[in-house]
Structures are given as structure tokens and as C-alpha cells.
Design a protein around this ligand. Structure first.
Ligand code: ZN
Length: 406
């Protein structure tokens, strides 16, 4: 039993993934012995419908100086955020001298578009090395975590905000009530708070359990978001489903009564009810589906690697892959190495299972028979890039939405 971070009622886990290392903690052999582990358990609160991690490692362990995620490395992401920026400009930043804030602004991938349009903006980014890159691009960035206290400081220095946006960040923050209190304080009367995160409905439907890892403390649905923000007298007035990150939802939030609630919100809430996102049994079924997915994936890998002796390389040293590898117990005996384009990860080893991470050139040299696709959310982009591999009949092992070889 634990206390729900949203409503403080008791709730219980529905699955334990066992001992997990830091998802993005790619490491060198000299650090294997000191590697940190925690038991990754996920629970569902029947009172407010929030799905959440029971415990989370300290944020300093997860978001440190070497934090290796730079948004702008992905071209798909660059286009995604340019579109979002254009929408903000068109719909919400059209008054005189508007002001936009972004929580977790990364290397400025979204704000660079607002900066180019001459809009007053402020990025809040906790990783100093990432914030420095944004500043180098001329984007106003402060290195900090966002909370109620920081919101007060921002108001003193810049005034209230027309928009506060955030992408793939809010689900990371356990002290979310302080963030929401800060958001409410910082927003103008008609201001909007727009955030997007991986969507629980997609996780349940696709059994994409690899979305679950230490950084993601919350797995949001419209139902749980609506319940959560009601405590701050905020209202969900629009939603938009996104294909990024294997299925995300963008939530549009404002002070209660300040914006008209769209039909899309009502439809989504009804869909979630039909999917059973408010029911305990749904998560018991999800656990069984996850166990089944694990057993099938291990079976395929054992067959091709141990029985057939075929080389298998994994594609994408993602944070998501850490959950799959450690939960399924897949190590170097089943995967030769993981190929990744990020230089900071290359020549290191995967968290927990210690599979070597190598460069795409090594993948090219290896010419494996099978590639296990961890970056399945970028499948189309990857298929186009790896046309040569496909042309020589290389096989892909995928596990979302079902385990199969293609
Ligand atoms: Zn709750």
C-alpha cells in the first residue's frame, strides 16, 4: 500500500517489474559494481484513476550532468515542435507582447521557433549542459526545476504567461501539485497550459510496457488529468492525440470556465470509460498481457540466437529498452550489441544487463540476420534509413503492439 501522489488515498501495485537500474544510466565496466537498483512497481488508484510508480529514484540520479537526451537530434521531433510552436503563435500568442514559458525546454527545440518569431519566452530546464546549448542558440533559459516558488520568481521578473507548455516532462515530476499550483499562479486569466506525455490508453491497448521506466512517475489519461487538475480549479478544455513516442496525448488546460470545453474532451472521456481505464480489472489484464509479451519475446530470441546461432543486434539504446531488457532478463547471451547514434552512449554498456552499445557503423559491419527494434516509435523513419538491410532480407523483431518477426 502507498499513498497516491494525487489524492492521498491508499492504492496498490498491479505489477512489479523487479529490480531496475536507472533507465538512462548507460555505464562503463568500472561502475558495474556500484550500479543503483530499485524495485519498479506500478499501481492504479481507484479513487482518482491515476496510474503511477510506487517509488522513484532521486531525480539527481536520473537527470544529471551527463543526461544524454537532446531533443534536436531527431528530425521528426524538430518538425513536431515547429508545428506546436506555430499553433501556439496562431491560437494563444496573438495578443500584444505575449509571453510564453516552457517547462523542461531541453535544447530549445520548441522555443527556438518562438524566439525566431520575436516572441518573449522563457525556458525552464534542469540540466545545465542542455540549458547551455539552448542559450547558445539565443533562447532565454533558466536552469532550474519548475515549482510554485519558481513561478513566483518568473512573475516578478517577466510578468504572467499567455502559455505554459511542456512536452514529455510533466509525467516525470512527482511533486506535481506544486507544479500545478505554480502553473495556475503564473498563467494570465485566459492563459493556457498545454502539455503532452505518453498516453495510458495507448499503453493499455498496445501493451507498450516499455513506456514504464524510472523517469515516468505518472501514466496519464484524460480521466486522471481531469481529476488531478480539478484540485487546482483548472479544467481540461481540449485534447489532441499524437502519434509521437508510440502514442501521446496533448492536454489543453485553463482556469475553470475560461475556455469552452470541446466535444473532443467528452468523446475521449467516454472512450476511456469504454476501455475500462477507471477499473482495477483493466490493470490486472494489462499485467497478464505484459507477462505474455515478455514470454514470447524471450522465446523468439532464444530460438534465433541460441538454437539457430544467428547474430542479433538491437536498434536504439533507449531508456525504454532498459525496462524490456531487465524485466525479460535479456542479456549479452541473446543480444550481441545495441546500435545507437548517440556518441555519449557508444562504447558504454546498457543499464543492468550490460550489453555493449556500439555505433551504426558497427551494425553495418556486423550484417546481422535479426535486429530487435527498441526504437519502435520511430519505425517508419528507421525502415526508410535501413533500406539496405531490408533489401538483403534482414529480419526485424518487434514487440509492440505484438511480438513478431517481420
Ligand atoms: Zn489517487
Amino acid at each position: 500500500m502507498a499513498a497516491c501522489r494525487i489524492c492521498n488515498n491508499h492504492y496498490q501495485e498491479f505489477i512489479s517489474f523487479g529490480q531496475m537500474p536507472i533507465a538512462n544510466g548507460f555505464l562503463l565496466p568500472e561502475n558495474f559494481e556500484q550500479e543503483y537498483y530499485f524495485e519498479m512497481k506500478v499501481g492504479f488508484c481507484t479513487h482518482c484513476s491515476m496510474v503511477q510508480l510506487l517509488e522513484q529514484p532521486d531525480r539527481e540520479l536520473m537527470f544529471h550532468e551527463d543526461y544524454a537526451f537532446f531533443s534536436s537530434l531527431s528530425q521528426g521531433q524538430t518538425i513536431h515542435f515547429e508545428k506546436l510552436a506555430n499553433r501556439l503563435i496562431k491560437d494563444y500568442l496573438c495578443e500584444t507582447d505575449p509571453f510564453a514559458v516552457e517547462i523542461g525546454s531541453n535544447d530549445g527545440i520548441m522555443l527556438q521557433n518562438l524566439a525566431a518569431a520575436g516572441i518573449r519566452h522563457l525556458g525552464v530546464e534542469p540540466s545545465e549542459n542542455v540549458a547551455e546549448i539552448a542559450r547558445g542558440k539565443g533562447i532565454n533559459t533558466i536552469c532550474s526545476f519548475f515549482d510554485e516558488e519558481l513561478a513566483t520568481r518568473i512573475i516578478e521578473q517577466h510578468g504572467h504567461a499567455d502559455t505554459i507548455s511542456s512536452a514529455n516532462v510533466i509525467c516525470h515530476i512527482p511533486y506535481i501539485h506544486s507544479v500545478l499550483a505554480g502553473v495556475k499562479k503564473l498563467l494570465k486569466q485566459e492563459g493556457v497550459f498545454i502539455f503532452e506525455d505518453p498516453y495510458l490508453g495507448d499503453i493499455v491497448e498496445k501493451v507498450s510496457y516499455d513506456q514504464i521506466y524510472d523517469e515516468h512517475v505518472f501514466y496519464f489519461s484524460a480521466t486522471s488529468v481531469k481529476n488531478m487538475i480539478a484540485q487546482h480549479d483548472l479544467e481540461l478544455f481540449d485534447v489532441e492525440h499524437l502519434d509521437v513516442h508510440g502514442g501521446s496525448m496533448r492536454y489543453f488546460i485553463a482556469r475553470r470556465g475560461s475556455h469552452q470545453v470541446t466535444e473532443k474532451v467528452r468523446t475521449l472521456l467516454a472512450n476511456e470509460k469504454a476501455l475500462g481505464l477507471e477499473l482495477h480489472e483493466t490493470y490486472q489484464q494489462l499485467r497478464r498481457n505484459i507477462e505474455h509479451s515478455r514470454d514470447q519475446l524471450v522465446e523468439i530470441l532464444e530460438k534465433v540466437k541460441l538454437e539457430q546461432g544467428s547474430p542479433v543486434v538491437a536498434y536504439g539504446a533507449t531508456s525504454k529498452s532498459t525496462t524490456v531488457l531487465n524485466y525479460c532478463g535479456i542479456g549479452p547471451e541473446l543480444i550481441d550489441f545495441i546500435s545507437d547514434t548517440t556518441p555519449i552512449k557508444q562504447n558504454k554498456f546498457s543499464p543492468g544487463m550490460h550489453i555493449p552499445v556500439k555505433s551504426p557503423e558497427d551494425l553495418e559491419k556486423k550484417q546481422p540476420d535479426y535486429i530487435l527494434l527498441f526504437a519502435w516509435n520511430h519505425m517508419q523513419e528507421i525502415m526508410n534509413k535501413e533500406a539496405q538491410y531490408n533489401a538483403r532480407n534482414g529480419k526485424w523483431i518487434v514487440y509492440v503492439p505484438e511480438v513478431k518477426v517481420i
